[in-house]
Design a protein around this ligand. Structure first.
Ligand SMILES: C[C@@H](O)[C@H](NC(=O)OP(=O)(O)OC[C@H]1O[C@@H](n2cnc3c(N)ncnc32)[C@H](O)[C@@H]1O)C(=O)O
Ligand SMILES: Nc1ncnc2c1ncn2[C@@H]1O[C@H](COP(=O)(O)OP(=O)(O)OP(=O)(O)O)[C@@H](O)[C@H]1O
Ligand SMILES: [Fe+2]
Length: 559
């Protein structure tokens, strides 16, 4: 049995909590499922504008000690002296605002020292997700974090949580809060947008998903401009929610599809939004996956989640000395060695496996086969050499957004597939296209997906092919190994549905980043493959793109 006191203070929420995996007695009667945690929180609410880091820290200075005192009083009245009844003190090490983090960490160190118990330094983002895994009882879920300052999809693989997809600019909550600041609403904006959206009509805003990553900055600007131009604010709120949440849901679905996973957990303050949870639940239901969202007190920032993950880390011996317990304002979830899960590489949920799930291509040469990817149903008949692809309607999306995405992606897929052939990249011949129905007919190419036939030769070809596309002024948009077909010496690119014309080096580099990220997740020892890929790209393309790729990598995502 483990009992841990957790402290949270990354930004706006000063909080202390007690987790007891044996249950909290009287509390567990009130709420049997989550009755193992007692949370004491005090929120900082700015008078105007957004969060001011200095004011937030001032709030922490008084509120953290008060919350800790309340939690200690609870421990002593329930169990007796804290020094005898607590196993450890856990605290949020980061990410977050430096001055806030330091106040919470100082309180944690002082308490651990005074009680003579170990200290545990918890990554706040992993705590947001582990709380869902704890209560869902899922073994190896894909995890979507939708919080204020962050937005990412994680999967556990080889002792780390890997970032499968993430925002390229702001967190989802911050994107919403920026919009509400512009229209003069107080912080936090999320609940106000949710309320307004309920009475609004959907309006179109930019939907930006690039491979597994996504961006909110263009949407925020477009939403502000729409209000300035006289569009009713309720309509913009509706469009904002429909668009941003559809992006998160789409990337979560792609992650499930890529990993062959069938469990999804949600974390983060924006997870309190009913519409987001509804979309995710609908998506999971449609693909036969299980979905779990913790109750609201565990979604928004809270020390309960810190105490829960802290207890798991303590049990694994993952404590930190006071001397080494400095805070980490930029702490990324993929930097953390995962000591508290014993499923290593054995899990089969979010662990990407070559050719996993229902998505592998047909192996027999003659029969018709049907695969369902994240987006489309593809019927293949190698016998008559034809492939029919139909983009599916997604019930989680607003019907107008759904129709637009299917139409645009189908049209763009046909155009770019043909354009790529013109510049010398092997692609299937496009035989027919019906954008409104989301339908395409292609020539059948190759004998296997790259994920099943990966070699230095084939990844070198991909490098050359992408260099040609970029030279012609467009990106593939989703160059994962599943979108590469191999047949003998020939290597084809397929599925240009997320491609677009662009002259930005950044966009070209993102293509390489997507391919390398997926390759690293697919192959056991990707080092030589990545070198071969980059060597071929360098030979055929623009060196500045590889320079930019290096820069993208230093922005943080673990490789
Ligand atoms: C590093 C840490 O400090 C940071 N914490 C954080 O962002 O607080 P969190 O409680 O997870 O999320 C707050 C965000 O959640 C939004 N939010 C709250 N209720 C909402 C609702 N009903 N609909 C949409 N957004 C909502 C707020 O507008 C705000 O942007 C993080 O986890 O990224
Ligand atoms: N022209 C083709 N020739 C041979 N196989 C094909 C062809 N088009 C598609 N496939 C097979 O069907 C699978 C799914 O096709 P595609 O990637 O176009 O659909 P999708 O739904 O967009 O998939 P995902 O979302 O996984 O990228 C491919 O991984 C490939 O195995
Ligand atoms: Fe948070």
């Amino acid at each position: 049995m483990t009992r841990v006191l957790g402290i949270e203070g990354t930004a706006w929420c000063a909080s202390a909590a007690v987790f007891d995996d044996g249950g909290l007695g009287a509390d567990s009667e009130a709420d049997a499922a989550t009755g193992d945690v007692r949370i004491f929180s005090d929120a900082y609410e700015p008078d105007s504008g957004g969060l001011h880091p200095r004011e937030a820290a001032e709030h922490m200075r008084n509120a953290v000690p008060e919350m800790v005192e309340a939690a200690i009083a609870f421990v002593e009245s329930t169990y007796g002296p804290a020094s005898e009844s607590l196993d450890a003190i856990a605290f949020s090490r980061g990410p977050g605002l430096g001055p806030c983090l330091r106040i919470a960490a100082t309180a944690a160190r002082a308490l651990a020292g005074a009680l003579g118990v170990p200290l545990v330094g918890v990554n706040h983002m992993l705590a947001h997700l582990e709380v869902g895994r704890h209560y869902a009882g899922f073994s190896d879920p894909v995890c979507l974090n939708a919080s204020g300052a962050n937005a990412h999809v994680l999967g556990h693989h080889d002792g780390r949580y890997r970032v499968l997809g993430e925002t390229m600019d702001t967190g989802i909550g911050n994107a919403i809060d920026k919009f509400t600041r512009h229209v003069g609403w107080s912080h936090p904006g999320g609940p106000k947008v949710e309320r307004e959206a309920a009475t609004g009509e959907y309006v179109e805003l930019p939907h930006v998903v690039k491979g597994m990553d996504f961006s909110f900055s263009g949407i925020t600007s477009a939403a502000k401009a729409a209000v300035d131009d006289g569009t009713p604010v309720a309509d913009v709120c509706c469009g904002l929610q429909e668009t941003t949440f559809a992006m998160l849901t789409e990337v979560a679905e792609r992650a499930l599809s890529l990993a062959g996973g069938d469990e999804l957990v949600l974390g983060g303050g924006v997870g309190q939004n009913d519409r987001l949870r509804e979309m995710l639940a609908t998506m999971c239901e449609e693909r036969g996956a299980s979905f779990y969202a913790p109750e609201p007190r565990f979604l928004r920032d809270n020390a309960g989640m810190i105490a829960i993950l802290g207890a798991r880390m303590y049990e694994a011996g993952d404590t930190v000395s006071i001397a080494e317990s400095r805070v980490r304002p930029d702490f990324r979830p993929d930097e953390v060695p995962v000591t508290w899960r014993d499923d290593g590489d054995g899990g089969n949920g979010a662990t990407p496996t070559p050719g996993a799930g229902p998505n592998s291509a047909p192996t027999s040469a003659s029969e018709t086969d049907r695969t369902q990817g994240a987006e489309a149903v593809v019927e293949m008949n190698p016998g008559d050499g034809l492939v029919y692809k139909r983009r599916l309607s997604k019930a989680y999306r607003h019907p107008e957004l759904d129709a637009r995405l299917r139409r645009e992606r189908t049209r763009s897929e046909a155009r770019l597939t043909s354009e790529a052939r013109r510049v010398g990249v092997p692609t299937p011949v496009v035989l027919d296209v019906a954008p409104e129905a989301g339908r395409l007919e292609f020539e059948f190419v190759g004998t296997a997906d790259l994920s099943e036939a990966v070699s230095e030769h084939s990844v070198r070809s991909v490098g050359r092919h992408l260099a040609r596309c970029h030279g012609a002024g467009f990106v593939h948009g989703d160059p994962t190994p599943r979108n590469v077909r191999v047949g003998g010496e020939r290597v084809y690119l397929i599925d240009f549905g997320l491609g677009y014309y662009t002259d930005h080096v950044e966009d070209y580099a993102m293509d390489l980043h997507v391919f390398e990220g997926a390759l690293a997740g697919t192959a056991a020892d990707p080092g030589g493959l990545l070198d071969a890929f980059e060597g071929a790209y360098r030979g055929a393309g623009d060196g500045r793109v590889l320079d930019r790729l290096r820069e993208i990598e230093t922005r943080g995502r673990y490789r």
